[in-house]
Every structure is written in structure tokens, then in C-alpha cells.
Design a protein around this ligand. Sequence first.
Ligand SMILES: [Zn+2]
Length: 280
Amino acid sequence: MTETKSIIDLAKAAEARPAPTETEHAHRPSPQEGAPKEENAPREVLSELLKNVQSKIGWSELRLPSAGFNSSKVETIEIRPFTYEDEKLLRTTKTLSQGELIVEQLITRCIKGIEYKDLLLTDKNYILFKLREISYGDGYDIKATCNMCESENELQVELSKLPVVYAESEGDLEHKITLPDSKVEVIVKALKIEDEALLSNPATLIDNMWRLVESIGGHKERTVKQGFIQGTTAKDISVIRNSIFGGGIGMQTKVNYICNGCDSRDVIELPINEGFFDAN
Ligand SMILES: [Zn+2]
């Protein structure tokens, strides 16, 4: 019974669709049965209704903070805002781990010119903020609790106004630091997408710190890096950890504000909250 039905369906479909050309097929992934004349009218109506959003849903250029100095050598990519399909994908997220996978899918769909896995973490974060800005708007509401008086401040950050630091040489992708206790020079690499899993909790980070360090006192061997990290002081380790997370190229996400409660100046790291992928 089902077999007969599917054969009839196939025959009907073949009848209604007299071999579309390649281009036609690409523009119309699921052609409707019936007279093509009826399709024209709604399309005109739609393009009239959608005329103001045409310029807002196209691809635009985006220069990556790594600016061509990463191993991928890609300086500029193309980016587009979320569409209906992306929005649907986003709203199906149920758990945090699913969330990370969906972020990867969304970025992959919304950028052209580089593979997701070839992005530096700082490039990825910049793309996330850009996607928020071009999809839902520039104004982003956050809450900041004052360190002095604990008042809760409601702030609106204009994402497009946050400064972005671009690499000007390959050296800008790494940090060179001299550790305070051992006096040894350490080079810390720019984090890649694949390193993100190592940052998930403090214990994993300590265990894998040697992977994120390019060299210690000029030595690149795993055994030397691991042995040094296990043997040095907590202060040295803390300095290495801070340089893994701290500063460098990318969107500068420290937000300065003046507290409503006590007028003191404070600074917070821009959070990604429940309103991140939402219009204000
Ligand atoms: Zn305050």
C-alpha cells in the first residue's frame, strides 16, 4: 500500500515539475505543485513587504581581530545576520552543552571565508558579538553589581562602540611574560577554538596549562613544560593563567561605569546573559 502510494507521488511530482534547470532548482529547493503563474503574485507582494529589510539581511565584510596573522591567513570574512531558520535553530537549545554546539552551527551558517575550527577564540567571540549586533540591534542591556556598595546598576552597552584591537604582527597573537618567582620567560599562545574545552573548569585548565604554553625559557618539549608548571610557585602559575585569559587582540569587553548608588567608578567584564540573542 505504502509502496503504491509513493510511486504515485513520484509520478505526480514528475508531472508537475518538467525538469527544472540547475539555477531554478537552487532558488526553489521545494517547488510546489500547480501552475507557476500563481507563484508570481505572492512573490511580488512579499518583495514589497520585505523591501526595507533587504539591505539588513545581506552579507557584509568583517575584519577578524587576528587580521591575517593566524595560521589560516584569513583577514576578512563575510557575515550575515540570523534568518528565520537560524532563529528556529537557536530556540531549540535546551541545555548548555547543546548551546555550545548550536553556537558552532550558527556561526558556521552565518559566516563565509573561513572554517569554524580555524578561528581563534578571540575571533569567535568577536563574531558572536557582531551576530548579536547585526541580528538584534546594537543596544545590549546588562546588570552590574557595584563592588563598593553592592547596588545593582542597569546599563545599556552599545556593542558597536566597544573598541576592537587588531593584530599588527604575528607576535601580537602571543603573550611573552616573565614570571615573578622563577624569573623565567614564558610564551603563551593565542587560544584556538579547540582549546575552549580545556578552559571549562579550573582543574582541567591546570592539568592542560602546558598545552597552552608555547615555550618556557625557550623549551618547547612537553616534559619540560609539564615539569616546570608542576614545580614552580602558585604565583607563577597564576600569572600564566591570567595571561591565557587576559588582554591582547579582539573586542575589548571590559565595561566602565559609574555606580548609581555611590558614584564610584567600577568595571565589569561584559556578560553574555539571557538577553544576548534577543531584541531589547
Ligand atoms: Zn556603588
